[in-house]
Ligand binder design. Structure first.
Ligand SMILES: [Zn+2]
Length: 259
C-alpha cells in the first residue's frame, strides 16, 4: 500500500460502514459470505467463517474495545492480503470477528453504548456475546487470538494461556517487533507479573473474577488463547503492522502444525 493510500485508510479507522464494505469485498473475494451475528445499537456485528468443520482452526477477533482501532484495521488488511489464498488452500479453518463493538469503534469508546466493558462480561447473556457463544458452541479451535491496544503500553505484549507447553509467545513477539516497535518490558501490567512482554507465571484462573474473551473461551473452545496488545500512543502504521505480523506468524504456526 502506498503512503498516500495508507494515510487515507487511516483517516477512516473509526468508520464502521467503510470497514464493513471492505469485509464484504474480502468475503466475496474468498467465496464466503459475511454473516450477521447480532444487531447491537443499530450496528450489525458480523463474522466470517470458512466452509466445513472448524475443528482445529483459527479464531480471531478485534474491536471489542472501540478505542483500540489498530486491531480491526489490521485484521481487515491482513484479510485483504491473505484470506482468499488461505480459503483456496483449504488447510486452515477460520472464524473471524472483524469488530465486536461497532458502536464503540464509531464513537472511539472502550465500552458499548450502555457503558459496559464487553471484555469483562464474556460469560453474560448480552449481545453480541450471547450470539457469538451460540455460534461457536460446538467448536474447538486450535488457537484463539484477540487483538487489543493499551494506552499505557510502551511496546507490544501478549497474554498467552495454553493447556500445556510449549508456548509460542516469545516467537510471536519476535515476529512482530522492530526497533521502532519494541517489546513492553514493564514487570507488572494490569495486576499481572510480566517478563519480556509475556506473562511470567500461569494465571491461577480461579482467582480471576472478571471474564474476558480469553478466559471465557479457554479451554473449552480454544485450549490456546492469545491476547495481543499494541501501545496506543505509537503511530497507527506501526501498530497495524505489528498486529498483521502477529496474525501472519500465527497462521504460519498453525499451517505448519496441521500438516
Ligand atoms: Zn482492549
Amino acid at each position: 500500500m502506498s503512503r498516500r493510500a495508507f494515510h487515507e485508510a487511516s483517516q477512516r479507522v473509526h468508520d464502521y460502514g467503510h470497514l464493513l464494505a471492505r469485509w464484504r469485498r474480502i468475503a466475496r473475494g474468498a467465496g464466503l459470505k459475511l454473516r450477521t451475528l447480532a444487531t447491537v445499537s443499530g450496528f450489525p456485528v458480523c463474522y466470517l467463517r470458512s466452509r466445513g468443520d472448524l475443528a482445529g482452526g483459527f479464531y480471531v477477533s478485534a474491536g471489542i474495545h472501540g478505542d483500540e482501532p489498530a486491531g480491526p484495521e489490521a485484521l481487515a488488511r491482513w484479510a485483504e492480503t491473505h484470506l482468499a489464498a488461505l480459503v483456496r488452500a483449504n488447510t486452515l479453518p477460520l472464524f473471524i470477528l472483524p469488530c465486536l463493538n461497532p458502536w464503540g469503534l464509531t464513537e472511539n469508546r472502550r465500552t458499548d453504548r450502555v457503558g459496559r466493558d464487553l471484555n469483562r462480561l464474556f460469560d453474560r447473556k448480552i449481545s453480541p456475546i450471547r450470539e457469538l457463544r451460540r455460534a461457536i458452541a460446538d467448536e474447538r479451535f486450535a488457537l484463539g487470538v484477540a487483538l487489543h491496544e493499551d494506552y499505557d503500553g510502551r511496546g507490544v505484549y501478549l497474554y498467552e494461556i495454553k493447556e500445556s507447553p510449549p508456548n509460542l509467545g516469545a516467537d510471536l513477539l519476535r515476529a512482530c517487533t522492530s526497533k521502532a516497535m519494541p517489546i513492553d518490558t514493564r514487570r507488572r501490567i494490569e495486576e499481572f507479573p510480566f517478563k519480556n512482554g509475556l506473562l511470567r507465571d500461569r494465571i491461577p484462573l480461579e482467582s480471576v473474577t472478571i471474564r474476558p474473551e480469553a478466559l471465557a473461551l479457554y479451554p473449552e473452545h480454544a485450549p490456546h488463547f492469545l491476547t495481543f496488545e499494541t501501545p496506543s500512543e505509537f503511530s497507527l502504521a506501526l501498530r497495524v503492522r505489528a498486529h498483521i505480523r502477529l496474525l501472519e506468524a500465527c497462521v504460519r504456526h498453525l499451517t505448519r502444525t496441521r500438516r
